[in-house]
Ligand binder design. Structure first.
Ligand code: PAF
Length: 288
């Protein structure tokens, strides 16, 4: 069935006005923040939101403050018309696509800094990244004040950082997690997969295979340090150029774990040429 074209709004005032009408009519609102370049992983977020809420708003904003100076902000894929069509088909009723100047007015100088949780793993590899994510997500949540906001488990640390900031800042929005969507060969969907050459694309699924194997073995009682060493060796043999981290962490605090008495997550960041891939799985939970 063809979906009605969603309303596209570019100002915070228009966003608030539209959502206020929905709220006044008692319609539940789900928010799906994205940076565009929508793939099936994003569409799973939109569908999950549409299954629970009468109205779904999708934000499309390539947020400059979460990119490092040598990262791909300018090259990041952008195709708004395509994104709007996909979001509409998945159930979005409104698209918020502001310009950078709308979100960061002249003189903007506030940042949301989440502590310890945001300093490890991605936080250590990409200094400042989570300040940018936490700041923009805080702004989007306060601008929209949805009932729930949806984030993918693919960016597992981001999900935990967002849950923490919402709790610490008393933002009255429920944070919903949606499992990672994968290609048939296991590669986690990411807007950055388009950067992979055919040869790199052939190597890339080894990451999810190794993660899944190590997760199964650790869940079965194998020693964590031995499995991590085995996994790293497998990734190097598969052809990855660098491993930023490959680690087993407590699923809530991201503290390192040596045994898996508590619930745990295996997280990895690897490089193929200039492309950085991240992925993670639950220990004992199969591929998440
Ligand atoms: O996961 C993303 O796409 C971004 O980090 C987010 C949450 C939309 C903030 O810019």
């Amino acid at each position: 069935m063809t979906q009605p074209a969603p309303e596209i709004v570019r100002s915070i005032i228009a966003l608030r006005r539209n959502l206020a009408v929905w709220r006044a009519s008692g319609e539940g609102i789900g928010l799906v923040p994205t940076m565009g370049a929508l793939h099936d992983g994003h569409l799973a977020l939109i569908r999950a939101a549409a299954a629970r809420h009468r109205r779904v708003a999708v934000t499309i904003f390539v947020n400059p403050t979460q990119f490092g100076p040598r990262e791909d902000f300018s090259a990041y894929p952008r195709n708004e018309a395509d994104d709007v069509a996909k979001a509409a088909a998945a159930g979005a009723a409104l698209i918020f696509a502001p310009a950078v100047e709308e979100m960061y007015r002249p003189g903007f100088e506030t940042a949301v800094n989440v502590g310890g949780l945001a300093t490890v793993l991605e936080g250590a590899s990409r200094p400042g990244h989570f300040d940018g994510v936490a700041t923009i997500v805080t702004k989007l949540l306060l601008q929209a004040l949805p009932d729930s906001a949806y984030f993918g488990e693919k960016d597992y640390q981001q999900l935990l950082v967002i849950r923490r900031l919402v709790r610490d800042l008393d933002i009255p929005v429920a944070i919903a997690a949606v499992p990672t969507v994968r290609e048939a060969d296991g590669l986690a969907l990411s807007s950055r997969n388009v950067y992979l050459s055919p040869e790199q694309r052939r190597i890339a699924p080894a990451l999810s295979r190794v993660l899944a194997t190590v997760a199964d073995r650790v869940a079965g009682g194998a020693a964590v340090d031995e499995q991590l060493a085995w996994g790293e060796a497998q990734l190097r043999m598969a052809g990855f150029d660098a491993i930023d981290y490959f680690t087993v962490r407590d699923a809530e605090s991201l503290e390192p774990v040596e045994t898996t008495v508590r619930s745990a997550r295996i997280l990895a960041a690897v490089r193929l040429g200039t492309t950085r891939l991240i992925d993670n799985v639950a220990v004992g939970g199969g591929q998440g």
